[in-house]
Design a protein around this ligand. Sequence first.
Ligand SMILES: [Zn+2]
Length: 399
Amino acid sequence: MTRRLLRGAARVVTCDPALPGLGVVERAAILVEHGRIAWLGAEQDLPAGLGPVEEHDANGALVTPGLVDAHAHPLFGGDRADEFAQRAAGVSYRELADAGGGIASSVAATRAASDEELCAAMGARLARARAWGTTTMEAKTGYALSVAGELRLLRLLAGATGHGVTLVPTLLGAHALPPDGESRAAYVAACAGPMIDGARGLAVAVDVYCDEGAFTLAEARQILAAARAAGLAVRAHAGQFADLGAAGLVAELGGLSADHLEQVSLADARRMADAGTVCTLLAGACVQLRLPPPPVAMLRAAGCAFALGTDLNPGSSMSESLPLQMWLATTHLGLTVEEAWLGVTRIAARAAGRPEAGVLRIGAPADLVLFAADAPAEIPYHYGANLVRSVWSDGAPGR
Ligand SMILES: [Zn+2]
């Protein structure tokens, strides 16, 4: 495999926890071998006699780890732009759902789509995500809502390669109750039983939507405990509308992440901090649904760590852009720029279930973004503009 040397970077933001802050190294060079970082440091300290190496000039770019989307739903049929327009004109979410819209319309479109159609639609979304700097994405099922349908989506996620974005597949059979009238208890039992059995070897984690109007805490416990017993990681959509205690449940089970958290108690925040369960904040959905922001100051004081996700989905957050999430998180949720950066790199990698990503140090995957910027703050500051110049995945440069 080609060895490559990236030199001429103005600064490299390593996000290495062994260094202070964001671990910025000035005028740095990075040597890449077998898709991994083989050397990183100030260019003047480059060891002599590197042997044959393909050189790349960063032209004064700001170099960061490839961005990590800690929460996304990239695989679905159709879109809901018409609903967006109706909601903007004042129609309520409930009125839309009563008219057959909402998640039910995405489930119908997903079930009707062929594998090829679903993969083509997802491929276009992944290309947009990568253009914004994403190289790792946590990717959920959840728009089929049957055992066979959810496992079909999981196989498509697990088999999706060649996009320059590493997907971390999550089973989200418990996204909503199926619209077909199957009994609640029977569907929860299916999620906790045959669905999880079929997910072994395909999914990294199992997720549950535990909230008012979705699954109860007892149902979430039944499904997530089965996932743990099957050796899968766990996470939850928790407290977007009401605090049912899901964040505490995920912490109790040693889970990766509790996500949304507009509503969460101090006791559960402390449990998350103690367990190392990440708070994944979804600023785009929070703003679009006009929800109160999560209690960031309380979560921070409790010792929690923050990740960000696009929550890419057809209903509440149709966006592939993590830099836009960084802007929303710093301006609307109250994160610092440093928290926002760690929230799309090292901490997001932990939340997504791919902890080796999101950091630039020897041995880490050589996933890099070259930005046309001087300082990390410029990325959320210059919102809506794409400052990405090029993206490397597994040591290979792309656009
Ligand atoms: Zn979600």
